[in-house]
Write a protein that binds this ligand. Structure first.
Ligand SMILES: O=C(O)CCC(=O)C(=O)O
Length: 276
């Protein structure tokens, strides 16, 4: 384990992540990095990749998403390798090494009517293991009415993998062939006593760290004057290995064999912690 002198997460925040599956850490990204990212977001929106999508209905303000940013845009590259997020993820996971699995841009434009339906991330990804943390943040202040993330507390410890859904539609993604997927996410909103939730509203600079098995959702962006420009990094820790879940991985051009380490595709999944 690399010794970290200036820690970014308190013991209490680490405990909250492991107990609830999600924690908000305030003021992690400084103004310099936020300015870099504003420019990088503009460049990414202007040059979508083959993986970009609009999750929302045609003609409505978009729920625009894309992946694979660091090797196309210098601002994202610098932020990934020189910014604070890998250290934060390593502290919270207690990881000795982290590889990037995915970068996910998620913009709910002003007035975007599209919610993010309840899901957890692990079954969408071509990996197995437990040490997977996502770090989500927005360049804009995020409130419940603009699409703040909600989490089902403790759901990462339910020991279940739920059927992936198209997150703007709540329809099953049919290409997955896992036999250990439990049919559907339960009705979390319909039974708040059984499924307590937490909504995490953020300011620019705040980040939410959540476990790859934590169920989460968000509402539409009901404000017509504010965007919700968000980015979610997926950091894979010590026990994560490749696992084929469908004919073709969702956000990769090629596959590995089950059990392979991500270091075999370090161009797409570079080591981000420890830093060289
Ligand atoms: O931004 C959202 O509303 C959803 C984010 C999400 O599902 C994720 O980061 O895994």
């Amino acid at each position: 384990m690399v010794e970290i002198l200036d820690r970014l997460a308190s013991r209490e925040q680490v405990r909250t992540f492991h107990e609830d599956g999600a924690v908000c850490v305030r003021n992690v990204i400084d103004q310099h990095w936020l300015d870099v990212l504003v420019g990088a977001f503009d460049e990414a929106v202007a040059a979508p990749s083959v993986f970009s999508k609009n999750y929302g209905p045609e003609g409505a303000p978009r729920y625009f998403t894309d992946h694979r940013l660091f090797n196309r845009f210098d601002g994202f590259r610098r932020f990934l390798f020189d910014g604070p997020l890998p250290q934060l993820a390593a502290e919270i996971l207690g990881a000795s090494r982290l590889d990037l699995y995915d970068e996910h841009l998620l913009i709910k434009e002003p007035g975007s009517p599209t919610p993010t339906y309840w899901h957890h991330d692990m079954p969408y990804f071509s990996i197995d293991g437990y040490d997977l943390a996502s770090i989500w943040f927005s360049l804009d202040p995020v409130r419940e009415e603009t699409g703040a993330l909600r989490f089902a507390k403790g759901s990462h410890k339910w020991g279940k993998l739920f059927q992936p859904v198209k997150i703007g539609l709540n329809e099953p993604v049919t290409s997955f062939d896992r036999d250990d997927l439990v049919a559907a996410v339960p009705d979390i909103d319909g039974d708040p006593d059984r499924y307590p939730t937490v909504t995490l509203e953020t300011e620019p600079g705040d980040v939410i760290v959540f476990h790859g098995l934590a169920l989460h959702s968000s509402g539409p962006n009901t404000r017509t004057d504010v965007s919700r420009r968000a980015l979610s990094y997926r950091f894979a820790g010590d026990d994560i290995r490749w696992k084929n879940r469908s004919e073709k991985p969702l956000i990769f051009e090629r596959s590995l064999n089950d059990g392979d380490p991500l270091s075999l595709i370090s161009e797409e999944c570079p080591q981000v912690w420890p830093r060289d």
